[in-house]
Design a protein around this ligand. Structure first.
Ligand SMILES: [Zn+2]
Length: 276
């Protein structure tokens, strides 16, 4: 099996990953095309690559065409052994590799696209997905008046997002499993629609700026916390002193800042002042 990984560099090294499976289930009893189940997510990623390439991306985007989502056996769990599922081979391998080489640390969010071709598109919230990510996408659908396709109902889905969630990466599964033609000979061009792909594309593209804003804030907060432990920024301490001691002259603050080099001593000086 082979995962195909496309990287579109952005201003940050931190990544937002968009995935979808491109394998088609092997069914021997009839000719299975997989127009929605396999082809729609692959088509979505191809078009998204084209759009993101032309966009100024604050985060690096990684588009992953996942292999081996489908079970080799007929049913999803039929040949599963403890600790060894017979499905989601590509996503499990991808996450394991990222954990192994440490690159999982720069993976900030994951959006999974699956089976979005249904002519009668209805996508429900997935109870396994990360709530804030789901909320942003559903809000974007509502804002674009596409909420008749993104229903305010929820169900629990097992899919390629589970390994990402288990690794602590906020993840969401966008899937229309309410598809009569699922795993039948009818999952062909007659039952899919380009309009459905467009709807999902519009909603996901509209969701990216709020997702990026949230992740950028998160990462700024983490940086402040990080520096805060080692060396609190001088400006923050000065503000603290001024706020609590309007009578303290700026000259005194200056001296305090200059005399005490280490953050610990600065902090002690600050609380001593408050005690006056
Ligand atoms: Zn399938």
């Amino acid at each position: 099996m082979t995962n195909l990984i496309v990287t579109i560099p952005g201003a940050r090294r931190e990544r937002i990953v968009v995935t979808g499976h491109y394998d088609t289930k092997r069914i021997h009893e009839f000719r299975f095309v997989g127009a929605s189940d396999g082809a729609s997510s692959a088509a979505f990623l191809l078009e998204l690559a084209r759009v993101l390439k032309a966009r100024k991306n604050p985060f690096t985007y990684e588009l992953v065409f996942l292999d081996g989502e489908e079970a080799v056996c007929k049913d999803w769990d039929e040949c599963a052994r403890p600790g060894s599922p017979d499905n989601t081979y590509g996503s499990r391998h991808y996450v394991a590799a990222a954990r192994h080489d440490g690159t999982i640390a720069t993976m900030k969010a994951m959006i999974l696209i699956d089976m979005i071709g249904d002519r009668d598109l209805d996508i429900r919230r997935d109870a396994n997905s990360t709530p804030w990510l789901t909320d942003i996408i559903w809000a974007a659908a509502k804002h674009q008046e596409l909420d008749s396709y993104f229903l305010d109902e929820s169900r629990r889905i097992e899919d390629d997002h589970l390994p990402f969630l288990a690794a602590g990466v906020p993840s969401v599964d966008i899937i229309d499993l309410d598809y009569e033609a699922w795993h039948t000979s009818k999952d062909n061009l007659d039952n899919v629609s380009a309009r459905s792909l467009q709807v999902v594309g519009d909603v996901i593209l509209a969701s990216l700026p709020p997702i990026e804003t949230r992740l950028a804030k998160q990462s700024a907060l983490a940086a402040v916390r990080h520096t805060g432990v080692k060396k609190p920024p001088r400006k923050a301490i000065t503000t603290f002193l001024v706020a609590h001691h309007p009578s303290t002259g700026p000259g005194r603050l200056e001296r305090l800042g200059g005399r005490h080099k280490t953050p610990k001593k600065k902090k002690a000086a600050a609380s001593a002042l408050v005690g006056h």
